[in-house]
Design a protein around this ligand. Sequence first.
Ligand SMILES: Cc1cc2nc3c(=O)[nH]c(=O)nc-3n(C[C@H](O)[C@H](O)[C@H](O)COP(=O)(O)OP(=O)(O)OC[C@H]3O[C@@H](n4cnc5c(N)ncnc54)[C@H](O)[C@@H]3O)c2cc1C
Length: 435
Amino acid sequence: MTQDTRLDLLVAGGGVAGLTAALSLHAAGFARVTVVEAAPDVQPVGAGLNLMPNAVRELDALGLLGHLEADAVRTRELRYYHAGGALVSREERGLRAGYRWPQLSVHRGHLQRVLTDAVRERLGPEALVTGVRVTDVEQPDTPGARPRVRLEHRCDDVRGTAVLEPDVLIGADGIRSAVRRALHPDEGEPPWNGVLVWRGVSRMDARHVGSFMFIAGDDRRKAVVYPMTEPSLRRPDVLVNWALAMPADRVDERFLGDWNRPVPLARLLRHYEGWEFGGVSVPEVLRAADGAYEYPMVDRDPLPRWTHGRTTLIGDAAHAMYPIGSNGATQSVIDARALAHALAVHRDPDDALAAYERERRPVTTALQRANRRLGPEVVINLAHERAPGGFTDIDEVVPPDERRAIAARYAEAGAFDRETVNRGSPYGAPVRALP
Ligand SMILES: Cc1cc2nc3c(=O)[nH]c(=O)nc-3n(C[C@H](O)[C@H](O)[C@H](O)COP(=O)(O)OP(=O)(O)OC[C@H]3O[C@@H](n4cnc5c(N)ncnc54)[C@H](O)[C@@H]3O)c2cc1C
């Protein structure tokens, strides 16, 4: 039994989750999909992120792979290094690891632009309304009950408010979600784990970057570096993403969950002098940056439920996790596809929301918990704990079986192991809802 395409579907938030949801709902035949985005326009902000092959498979199903790959790198190798420079572990990734889809390193702004353009082109320009913020939601906790969504419109000098009553509200409004707050009013701010992340983007000669992604250091200092664009004859230099992490005593609570707080580069540089891995110099990467942004490492506690009446959550609004293991954007894409599929195959939207949550909440909860234990990155901490001064043979410090088991456990928790992904999309070709 399939769904009625005339359902009025409101998506709060035009980030990766919200835009992918809109495209997936449109592909499933839903004709009345609107995304409201608080920002006055969709800006290409942020730094780099990685999309795992399971998310790339879903974006391919939406016909977006070619556009994405026009400005992205197929991640072939991930290396983990001890802070002293020795290699801890090396993993093949994406196509090279036997997946049918690549893993992509991409600037968040490029991903956002590809999704935004596709939404405007396929659903029409009026489907994405910017400068409109969800301020509150009244959602009776009974099946079939529709939400009352309060919106504030802020653009230039124009101010206004409105109330909508969609058939379904999809909260895709990120880690500080207003929709989530309405469903879980006692939750408070995202908890901070005592680590500060600094990140940025550099433009550099490709020969000084390497063709791999690396994660180096330990629980005192960490660096992640990877290229996000390929060199070309026209552009021999490449865009490089970098992120550094260090524990800190305190944080300004106003900036929890804020990705855009600038900090002076000099403040970071002094902690990373002499850091070099596989021929890539971290200070050189930092010196080529046009700025640095501070992000307190926050996440959200797993929720006991996402759906109340006809309102549900996707992406960071549902399960914000530490930026470890490349799962923030990846899982948001999967949520969006899973929700659209569920809405298309169930006649009753309540059944659809329940099926979506049954499928997705256990996986993302497992990943949130795994990331609190550092996910696959735990391997560099183990190497540091067991051999703080360095080592000559990593196999004596963290044996190969143990290294493989760490990576495999994490992939299974997130259902992105090769066998599962290569079976193809569980959402298949879009099921068309009834006209
Ligand atoms: C500015 C920014 C920069 C980021 N940079 C990086 C990065 O460099 N690397 C990385 O790994 N991850 C980054 N992230 C996070 C990453 O995008 C997410 O973890 C992941 O993609 C999940 O996406 P999401 O759509 O659930 O959430 P988000 O990407 O956070 O998108 C949520 C969207 O909802 C909008 N919104 C918020 N509140 C409301 C409201 N009340 N009403 C309407 N709209 C609202 C926001 O403006 C935003 O566009 C960034 C997020 C943001 C917002």
